[in-house]
Design a protein around this ligand. Sequence first.
Ligand code: UDX
Length: 463
Amino acid sequence: MRLVVVGCGYVGLVSGACLAELGHDVVCVDTDAARIEALNAGAVPIFEPGLEQMVGRMLHAGRLSFASAIPQLGNDIDAVFIAVGTPPSKNGFGADLTYVYAVAREIADRAGQKLLVVTKSTVPVGTGDMIERIIRERRPDLDLHVASNPEFLREGSALRDFMEPDRIVLGCNLAAPLKTLQAIYDPITRFGVPILATDRKAAELIKYAANAFLAVKITFINEIADLCEAIGTDVNDVANGVGLDRRIGRAFLQAGPGYGGSCFPKDTAALIATAQDWAVNLRLVETTIATNEARKRSMARRVISAMGGNVFGKTVAILGLTFKPNTDDMRDAPSIGLVSALQHAGAKIKVYDPEGMEHARTMLAGVDYAINAYDCAEHADCIVVMTEWEEFASLNAAQLADLVRTRLVVDMRNALDPEQLRAAGFTVSAIGRPADGRVPTPMPLPASALAEPLIPVRARRRK
Ligand code: UDX
């Protein structure tokens, strides 16, 4: 089939390359001419494991090409995917749809007699209606269908998420365009991946609802982690026990410093904006956003208190800066607020991240950049793990112990082995786990457990 994907950002590039891998002929379009030139030479401007190789393979096979303008959309084009960015809008509410609507106008101007337009960008409910209106106003003669086909790609595992998804959502309830979409995904669905065909609005909402639910799930386990620390038990055990319930599942129950990234913060805010437009309260999602923000802010306090309450002039080594491993993305990463709060408190900051250093340089001022984790740890008064990169799990605790000034680790991701660290003389503070040397606050005795009330009822009344 012949497909056009508009937008060569993260979603567009991954989708374009994967659609070509499925056997289709794909043209990916972006207005950034330099980016297009680089892509045609096989240079992929984003870090995503396996993507550059896939793009190279598809270019070589002649199934993928890149263009700086939308081509004429003749009747031989089976579908045009809109995959341009939807950044947070400038007023702070919802998503900015300027690019999406600009593409809709261009598509209308280039279309032949018939066209299937598919939104892949994460767009608020009702955007499909608007796209349809924009195109119809310019081209009332066009045999037009607009469908929603949200993606559920995670940075770092996007290729697998595309090729082996849990489901494919097709927001389109007319037989002809639905058949085309089913044919596009046939190479995936023939192996048993379920297709869910819904109306367009439901498809648009599914994406936001899924992301919001995952954000709630993470925030929930983060709160349970706080409780575990107070009680003096391990959140991983609790998450395992809870996650074994098939109704809940273990995924996304990894306690940490709060979620970040380009999707959860933006999409939860956009969902709230949509709900407000429809005069509906999403209190649970609102609370999740506020709780997560507060958690991210509180991480500096956690480090300062682990360091004895004063970090002035001390050196903190931060391992991991990106919002999660296997990406170079720093957007909304919990490390950003941590660094500035610790600097504010007078600490010197040294950082290391396997892939995020280039972006970090544009975002973090006044920090020292280390060449590897050991270099980062040298003369540190505290090592803080902010991202669970695999290479950190195999760090040699004894070697670290020789390098640091103070043997203290704050592990925000439970990425390191606390026993190995302790054996090497470190004090360890790990999320949702009993802190070293900290006696849990004694549990308040429930009143029902007492044989007699502490204050006789009559005496209390008289007071
Ligand atoms: C997310 C969705 O998972 C994906 O379906 C959607 O298409 C885009 O948004 P992404 O932002 O790439 O993907 O990363 P994800 O793996 O979901 O992690 C998001 C944040 O949550 C990260 O900061 C991560 O560290 C955090 N997280 C995730 C946790 O703190 N605990 C968990 O158990 C899982």
